[in-house]
Each structure stands twice: as structure tokens, then as C-alpha cells.
Ligand binder design. Structure first.
Ligand code: SF4
Ligand code: SF4
Length: 361
């Protein structure tokens, strides 16, 4: 198939759906990616599936998994004098004890929304007398672009550009979820964009060590239905493997050039994930060699507000796939996209926001 419309073809979707329905056993799958969460709702796939097949959302939104302490750290950096803090739009509204970046901006801090790390670099070039800090969130998808912005800043000797890297790695988070054993996952719909960079290999430990099948899927309705069918087929046959449904974008080996750039600048570090806690070797930390561009060092001597979670917000459980947003006492009553209490309601790819927008009340 060559065109996107074919991946939305009703008849083809119905045919795959019929095959899925022909399996008589129940199954629980996790979609790891925020864009899959939105697609599952937007195209009504959740409602189409037989009630015996459950698809739960996982830790696939970088905004949602950013820890409360890292939000406080970002707020502290935004308060530095003579500083411009640059970040993606979704980060602006995430609430923390000492406010949000949006509130900081209203109070007079120079906080700006950018669409890419290169935009942030441009702003640094145009403001040589200011310290410009790019707050970088995202998984393996966006980390290579952040890495190349650092390489370019070094090439151009741009000393006022710093990156506060909150980049994280997806496969180890999947391991953490399996190790927690709270949700009875029988298969993973693996993230499409992340996989264009990392390929299929980094997921191989999942079938090998846990006997759980994985399918890397695209984001159109037929992509997702095919992925579910492929997972059902592996469960039916009692096999487990990592299969690529999204062949038009993902290669087994991923994108070696992007990986090379990413690992040139970053190395594995430890991270605290919202909902998953402290996970060693899951962060992308800026290598010592590039420490001149690392905003983490600025935090060393700074007073930072200690994080405090809202005890009623259940984002942590939503991220781990053990609670649905509708089980949160604040959902819709107090928490909504214009007044979010937790990050899962902020980000357009957050599970609570997808439920708010698409799920029947
Ligand atoms: S970066 Fe891409 S693949 Fe990863 S969670 Fe976001 S949308 Fe999904
Ligand atoms: S509905 Fe709001 S408060 Fe509840 S889990 Fe979701 S984001 Fe958190």
C-alpha cells in the first residue's frame, strides 16, 4: 500500500477486525506510545474490539513521565536571572508545587515555546547576552536532534546555549513495567517513531526473557488493527517474537546515523520516572566531554523546591497501566485540559487527556 487513505480503508479494517474476533480467547495488550493512545481513541478502535481484548496505555508520553522533581528543577532554571528557558508547548502547563512554566512566564520569567532544539539554538545565537536553556524532553525519537544541536553549538562555539536533558529510553521502562508485574500484559504494541531510530533489536529481551510478543506498529487504524492481529496470532501459536508491522518506516537495525549522533553526545544515566520511580540506566545524560552545554551543572548550587505529588492524582498508576483515568476521583470533576491537576491531562498524548477528549462519559 502506498497511500495513507489505504490505511484507513473501512473494508480492509473490517476484514482484519473479523480475523481478530475469530480468536476466542481474551488478551491484554499495552500500547507504549502516546500517539497510539490517541489513535486508538480517535479512530474508535477501542470500541471496535471485542470486550475480551483490552488495550491499556503505557508510559509513552515524555511529558507524563517527567518526574515532579524535574519539573521543579526546570522551574528553578527558569528563575535564573538573565535567562531564557526554551521548551515544547506541552511542558508549559505541567503543574508542580511551585507553579508551572506558564505561571513563571506570567510572573515575568522569559520562558518560550519552541518546536525543535534547532529553534532553541537560533534563539541562543540571537541573544548572545542571555543564558539560553533548552529543556529537552522525549525518548529516542527526539534525542538525536537534541544531540545535533549540542554538536552544532560546539562547532559554532556558542557558549550561552545549555541543554537540560530529561531524555529517557523506552525499552528499559518496558522492562520496569514487566518487573512490577501489576498489569497482566500479554503483548506490547511498540512505539512507531522511537522504533524508526532504535529498530527492533532493543525489544528482543521482552520475548526472550518474558515470553511476551511485541509488534512495532504505525499510527493509522489499519496499522494498529494489524498489530493486534499479529499479537493475537503469536499468542494463538504460543510463540513470541518482535515483529515489525510498520515496515514502511522501521528497519530491523533502526537508523544507525541518528543513533551514532545520539550516543556521541549522550550516555546512559539514572532517571526518576513519574509512576515508575528510580530506574538506573534509563536516562540520556550529556557526556562529560560536552559538560559546557549541560544545564544540569547549574542546578548544583541552586535552591530547588522539593517536589510534592498531589495525593489524589493517579497519573503514576495510569502510566503503569494499572488504573484508567476514569478511576481517578479528580477526572473531569476537578481535572480537565484547561485546568490540569496531573501531566496525563496536560499533554495532547497523555492518557487522561485522550480519555477526556474521546471516551464516552
Ligand atoms: S515519541 Fe513518537 S513513538 Fe514515542 S511516544 Fe511520542 S509519539 Fe509515540
Ligand atoms: S485525571 Fe487528572 S488528576 Fe487524575 S490521574 Fe489524570 S491527570 Fe492525574
Amino acid at each position: 500500500m502506498k497511500f495513507i487513505e489505504e490505511f484507513r480503508d473501512k473494508e480492509l479494517c473490517q476484514r482484519v477486525l473479523a480475523k481478530i474476533k475469530s480468536y476466542g480467547f481474551p488478551a491484554i495488550f499495552m500500547e507504549v506510545c502516546g500517539t497510539h493512545t490517541v489513535s486508538l481513541f480517535r479512530f474508535g478502535i477501542r470500541q471496535m474490539l471485542p470486550p475480551t481484548i483490552k488495550v491499556i496505555s503505557g508510559p509513552g508520553c515524555p511529558v507524563c513521565v517527567t518526574s515532579q522533581q524535574d519539573i521543579e528543577n526546570a522551574l528553578a532554571l527558569a528563575s535564573l536571572p538573565n535567562t531564557i528557558l526554551l521548551t515544547f508547548g506541552d511542558m508549559m502547563k505541567v503543574p508542580a508545587k511551585s507553579g508551572s512554566l506558564e505561571r513563571k512566564r506570567a510572573e515575568g520569567a522569559d520562558v518560550r515555546v519552541v518546536y525543535s532544539p534547532l529553534d532553541a539554538l537560533k534563539i541562543a545565537k540571537n541573544n548572545p547576552d542571555k543564558l539560553c536553556i533548552f529543556l529537552a524532553v522525549g525518548f529516542e525519537t527526539t534525542a538525536p536532534a537534541t544531540a545535533s544541536s549540542i554538536l552544532r553549538a560546539r562547532d559554532e562555539n556558542l557558549r550561552n546555549f545549555k541543554v537540560f536533558s530529561l531524555h529517557k529510553l523506552i525499552p528499559p521502562a518496558m522492562r520496569a513495567i514487566l518487573e512490577m508485574g501489576e498489569s497482566k500484559i500479554q503483548g506490547f504494541i511498540c512505539p512507531g517513531h522511537v522504533s524508526t531510530i532504535i529498530g527492533a533489536k532493543p525489544y528482543r529481551f521482552i520475548p526472550e526473557e518474558y515470553g511476551i510478543p511485541c509488534v512495532i506498529a504505525g499510527f493509522e487504524p489499519l496499522d494498529i488493527l494489524q498489530a493486534i492481529y499479529m499479537l493475537m496470532d503469536m499468542l494463538d501459536k504460543g510463540t513470541s517474537d518482535v515483529k515489525i508491522q510498520y515496515k514502511r518506516a522501521v528497519r530491523e537495525e533502526g537508523n544507525p546515523l541518528a543513533l551514532e549522533i545520539m550516543w556521541k553526545v549522550f550516555e546512559e544515566g539514572d532517571a526518576v520516572w513519574r509512576g515508575l520511580g528510580y530506574l538506573p540506566s534509563t536516562a540520556l545524560k550529556i557526556r562529560e566531554e560536552f559538560s559546557d552545554y549541560d544545564a544540569m551543572y547549574l542546578l548544583k548550587d541552586m535552591p530547588v523546591t522539593e517536589a510534592e505529588e498531589n495525593p489524589l492524582c493517579r497519573c503514576g498508576e495510569v502510566i503503569r497501566g494499572v488504573a484508567e483515568p476514569t478511576e481517578c476521583p479528580l477526572f473531569k470533576r476537578v481535572c480537565n485540559p484547561s485546568q490540569p491537576i496531573g501531566p496525563c491531562m496536560v499533554s495532547s498524548e497523555g492518557t487522561c487527556s485522550a480519555y477526556y477528549k474521546y471516551a464516552p462519559s
